[in-house]
Write a protein that binds this ligand. Sequence first.
Ligand code: HEC
Ligand SMILES: [Cu+2]
Length: 348
Amino acid sequence: MRLGKTSTTLGALGVFLFLSMATAVAADPAAPSTGLENIFAPESTPAKSILDLSLLVLAVTAVIFVVVCTLLVYAVVKFRGSADDDREPAQVYGSTQIELAWTIIPILIVVVLFLATARVIHAVQDAPMPATAVEVTAIGHQFWWEFRYPRLGIVTANELHVPRSDPARPTPTFLKLLSADTDHSFWIPQLAGKTDLIPNRVNQMWMDPHRTGVFLGQCAQYCGTQHAKMLLSVSVDSPEDFDAWVRAQQQPAIQDETVTAGRRIFESTACINCHAINGTAADGRFGPDLTHLMSRRTIASGAAENTTERLRLWIENPDAIKPGSLMPAMQLSDADLDALVRYLETLR
Ligand code: HEC
Ligand SMILES: [Cu+2]
């Protein structure tokens, strides 16, 4: 009787798992992003191939689950004994048929799963790069992302921009993944599989998003204290918007005479050792490029909105927003802070 209870529990668990999977699959892909990215709503070829493969694996294993549970319930009910019956049941040894069946069927299942997986890995990892592809080098830092577009001469941080890829004229984005310090991992669930960024190694990945919008991800490999505040944001733009963004990013920083005071503070303190501002003396590479800081919605890898008040707080004391971040508090006076923020806010 105890066995019977176990299998009822197992059965209920199975039904629960199945229902929760079914509701996840039914989620509306057009629904506004909740910030919780849905692996069941792929928007790019690699993510779609991975989802299709996992649905196949889930289907195969679900069938096995149902068959095993059914046999288990059947056996428990059919062969249950009564309390006063202490005879041994009949013992059966060496049925060639049964031995063959439970050897060959699992081997066939494994071969099918292996072949299907190998096909998807090949299609995703060996996809040739078309001439129209956008090339990006993504570099993981503690605790932010650097994005370089070597062919376009752009350097930016934390908010990746890629063009929508239309099936008629594909413009996929091919990424080279590097690390400046330790292991990080690049994962935008709706766009592509997870790939690590490893020091002294070049990894690759690509995505061809079919829909415009902002897709979120998160560093998926523990890399230090602020690993959890390493948001990845990919803005998929229409081809026109992407071109406009590229042209704006290619400009050197705006020189605004009204904020010279702030600029002087920036250039006479350690800021320039860590940050680059294209067209000025600042060419540090330890922190994010600030040439077009104001084109980003957030600062510090999504840790704060890019507003006057948060920007000021960040420069005054980065730890207030991201404890353990690798930017030091510079002990500036209130007047200097105000002037600096006014300068930074001209960097559109
Ligand atoms: C020792 C190197 C270092 C110095 C000096 C430094 N920073 Fe930073 N800064 C960083 C790092 C590293 C980050 C990224 C922090 C993170 O997101 O974890 C950063 C981030 C920033 C950001 C946010 C950029 C973005 O897009 O997220 C701003 C703005 C900024 N620093 C301004 C300044 C200013 C102004 C100064 C001088 C008062 C300064 N920094 C001095 C290293 C430095
Ligand atoms: Cu990381």
